[in-house]
Each structure stands twice: as structure tokens, then as C-alpha cells.
Design a protein around this ligand. Structure first.
Ligand code: DSN
Length: 446
């Protein structure tokens, strides 16, 4: 027998702060950034303490492939239990017969749909990027744009999907897949009309509800599920959970193809701690309190759009039916890049975004995208979102007036943002000295 190797006595005991102060300090800084700034990126939110615990749990050690009850690795009893909980909760929440909760992200969920229903070179009809579409719907640099034949529809002069163009392009190009939903389209989509068009050309209809899944779950947005052959979503935006994607359908034959497309098609082993956290967030979304949150997310987005427009800022389509809105900065002569930098210095984090007909490159853009979900989660209501709209307008007007960032205005707004944020603490059981899940819980005595 070989000589036994003594275990490292600290391996199962020592906390992050002790073992890796560099990572620890970066996490502590991020906690402080989230606490003291206002998060307006539409694809962000703040997960519950319960989700954090699931994400930081020992299920991270387990490798499985396949589906619950049909794994390629042993020792899967609890992995199966966790993934089955997530599947059953997804089905109950969205009222469908089949769910796959393994996609690592919305992009992987969409890739699986492409693999399940298309052959390389097939035509896909989807929304153009500058109209609010998503990279994984056939954008040129994405594999969906390189390996398939994308045809893009846009929006009309009022900022709404041009359904006549969708119909005409479908007749002309006979796509195998039509996609509705996107990354920066703020309006409710006529899913029934999309299905009618898909049926008329024999196409599969994919609804990507990543940016409004939480509102669908909360009953304050129309659901695409009865209309789309397949629906994808992310769990980390307004659904308020772990980073990842899900795929939903009512069609058993399609469900089998989608399962095979996820694994072994585009993914390998399951990220089980993410699946555990998806189960937690889907369980949270089934509770009555989630409906209150979802309704407030929508109200807050509309209040923010109104506050910006009241200060002369152009909002694409004149408002929103979702948690997101897009400001068009062209009338101000500003780019999205410089405006988002200035807002970040003022404690307001958002992202630069293309606007319809944008001539600026994607790294610059002429717009800003804002979302209400994270602010709503920390407790902001109409009053706070009116203030936020005012602060955004202060920063943008100051920049437009001088043609450069106004550091005085940035400093004034930043101080006001910080004061507001201090009144709405996040993760009160944690502090900047204890950023990592389990360690933080122990520090908080829970
Ligand atoms: N889909 C990207 C976004 O909308 O921001 C990332 O989630």
C-alpha cells in the first residue's frame, strides 16, 4: 500500500477570506457596489438568500448527464430529486406539459431549439438586433447567424413590430423557424398572430420570453405558451433566480427532440447548483407574493418611462409593456457609450443599446436600455422610480448642454443615489466583510 497522504486540515474548513483574499476582496467590493448603486440593467436582478444558498451548496460537486431517472452516472438520487422539483415547478408555473431546466443560459436554450428543429442552412425569421432582437436569434456573429439563413423583421415608425412585414417575409422566404421575443423589445407581442403566420408557412414558432417571463409567471403579461410550439426563457432576469435558461413545450414529440438537443446536443453535464437554485426561484414564483412583485415591476418600468419622457427623453415606442425600456439619445446628440459611463459614475448602472435605425457600432450605440426588476426587488416603488427618472434626466441634460460628462452633476446624483440605497438595504445578513454564501450565513448567525 502506498503511504497515505494526510488531508489538508483546512481544506473543508477554511473560509474564502482566509484562503483567497484576492477573490474575497473582489466579492466584498461587488457587494458594496450592489448595495450602494441602483441596478438598471434589464437582464439583472437580485436573487433571494435561499437561492444564494442553493448556488453555494455541495450539489456543485455532483456530475450527472441525462435526465432524472435516466442518468449516465451513479449517485444521482438527490440530483434527480432536485432537477425533478425544478421541472415540476416550471410546468406548474407556466402551465405546460414539458420543461427542460438544464440550459446554462438563454443562448444555450435557443441553440437547442435550433438543433432540434432545423438543419444547417435552414431559414429563420427573427427580429433584427437594432429593433430589439437577440444575438442567439440569427445575428451575424453568432453561430445561429453563421450556420443558418437568417431573415430579419423590424419595427414600424411607432416602435411596434411590423406584422405586415413579418407576414410578407414569411411568405417570401418560407422559414422553418419563426422567433418572437428579444432582448430590447419593450412591447407585448401578438403571439396568436405570429402562430397564424407560422402555421401558414409550416414553420415552428419559438417565443423567447427571457425579458418578460417573470411578468408571465406573475400573471401581468400575456403568455406565449398556448401559441408557441416552444418557449425559452432565462431564470435570472425578472424571474429573479439563478443564472440559466429553461425550455418549455406542450408537444411530447418536440419535447423529446429538445431534450436530446440540450444533451448530448449542445451541453454536457448539468450545472446542478444552478438547477437547485432554479428550483428555488421557480418555487418562489409560485407563491402569491410573486404576483405583487411582478405587478410592481411593470408599474415601475412604466413610471420610469413616463418620468424620462416628461423630461424630454425619447423612449422607443413611447412606453413599455415589459420590465424594460429603451431611450433613444439621438435627439440629445449623445451616444449610449458615453451616456452609460456618465450614469455609472452617478451610481446608476444601465447598458448602452442600439436603437431602431442605429448607425453607431454596437460598442457605441445611440441608446440606453433600462430595467425595473432589480430595483423593484430591493423595494423601490413609484416614488423611487420617479426619482431615478429625474436623476437619469439630470445627467443626460447636463451632458447634452456641455457636450461632455458633467462631473459635478455626477457627484451630486451619486450622493443622492447612495442615500436612497442606504434606505433599501440588500442582504442584511451579509456585510462587506463576509461576501460568500455559507460563510455569510454563519456570520449572520443563521
Ligand atoms: N440577453 C442578454 C441581455 O438581454 O442582456 C443577457 O442576458
Amino acid at each position: 500500500m502506498s503511504e497515505s497522504m494526510p488531508p489538508d486540515p483546512g481544506y473543508f474548513l477554511d473560509n474564502l477570506r482566509t484562503t483567497d483574499p484576492e477573490v474575497y476582496e473582489a466579492l466584498a467590493g461587488e457587494l458594496e457596489r450592489q448595495q450602494d448603486g441602483i441596478e438598471l440593467i434589464a437582464s439583472e436582478n437580485m436573487v433571494s438568500q435561499a437561492s444564494l444558498e442553493a448556488l453555494g451548496s455541495i450539489i456543485v460537486n455532483k456530475t450527472v448527464e441525462g435526465r432524472p431517472g435516466g442518468r449516465y452516472y451513479g449517485g444521482a438520487e438527490f440530483a434527480d430529486r432536485i432537477e425533478s422539483l425544478a421541472i415540476e415547478r416550471a410546468k406548474a408555473l407556466f402551465g405546460c406539459g414539458f420543461a427542460n431546466v438544464q440550459p446554462h443560459s438563454g443562448s444555450q436554450a435557443n441553440q437547442a431549439v435550433f438543433l432540434a428543429v432545423l438543419k444547417p442552412g435552414d431559414t429563420v425569421l427573427s427580429m433584427a438586433l437594432d429593433a430589439g432582437g437577440h444575438l442567439s436569434h440569427g445575428a451575424a456573429p453568432n453561430l445561429t447567424g453563421k450556420w443558418f439563413n437568417p431573415v430579419r423583421y423590424g419595427i414600424d415608425g411607432d416602435g411596434f413590430i411590423d406584422m405586415d412585414a413579418v407576414e410578407r417575409l414569411a411568405r417570401e422566404h418560407r422559414p422553418k423557424l419563426i422567433i418572437c421575443g428579444g432582448s430590447a423589445y419593450p412591447r407585448a407581442i401578438d403571439f396568436a398572430h405570429f402562430r397564424q403566420i407560422a402555421d401558414s408557412v409550416g414553420a415552428v414558432l419559438l417565443a423567447d420570453m427571457a425579458h418578460f417571463a417573470g411578468l408571465v409567471a406573475g400573471g401581468v403579461h400575456p403568455t406565449p405558451l398556448p401559441h408557441a410550439h416552444v418557449t425559452t426563457a432565462t431564470t435570472y432576469k425578472n424571474l429573479r433566480g439563478a443564472r440559466g435558461g429553461i425550455i418549455l413545450t406542450d408537444d411530447p414529440a418536440l419535447a423529446r427532440k429538445l431534450d436530446s438537443a440540450v444533451f448530448p446536443g449542445v451541453q454536457g453535464s448539468v450545472i446542478l447548483n444552478a438547477v437547485a437554485a432554479k428550483a428555488v426561484c421557480l418555487g418562489e414564483a409560485l407563491k402569491p407574493s410573486f404576483k405583487v412583485y411582478a405587478a410592481q415591476v411593470l408599474t415601475n418600468a412604466r413610471v420610469l418611462a413616463g418620468a424620462l419622457m416628461a423630461r424630454g427623453i425619447t423612449v422607443v415606442s413611447g412606453g413599455t409593456d415589459t420590465p424594460l425600456l429603451v431611450a433613444d439619445l439621438r435627439p440629445f446628440g449623445l451616444t449610449g457609450a458615453e451616456a452609460s459611463d456618465s450614469l455609472e459614475a452617478a451610481g446608476l448602472t444601465c447598458n448602452k443599446n442600439t436603437v431602431p435605425g442605429d448607425t453607431q457600432p454596437p460598442a457605441v450605440t445611440s441608446g440606453l436600455r433600462f430595467g425595473s426588476a432589480a430595483g423593484t426587488t430591493r423595494g423601490f416603488r413609484e416614488t423611487e422610480f420617479r426619482h431615478i427618472g429625474g436623476w437619469i434626466a439630470d445627467v443626460l441634460h447636463a451632458m447634452a448642454a456641455s457636450g461632455a460628462r458633467d462631473e459635478t452633476v455626477e457627484r451630486i446624483v451619486c450622493a443622492e443615489v447612495r442615500a436612497l440605497c442606504r434606505s433599501f438595504p440588500i442582504y442584511p445578513g451579509l456585510d462587506a466583510d463576509a461576501p460568500a454564501g455559507a460563510e455569510m450565513n454563519r456570520a449572520a448567525g443563521s
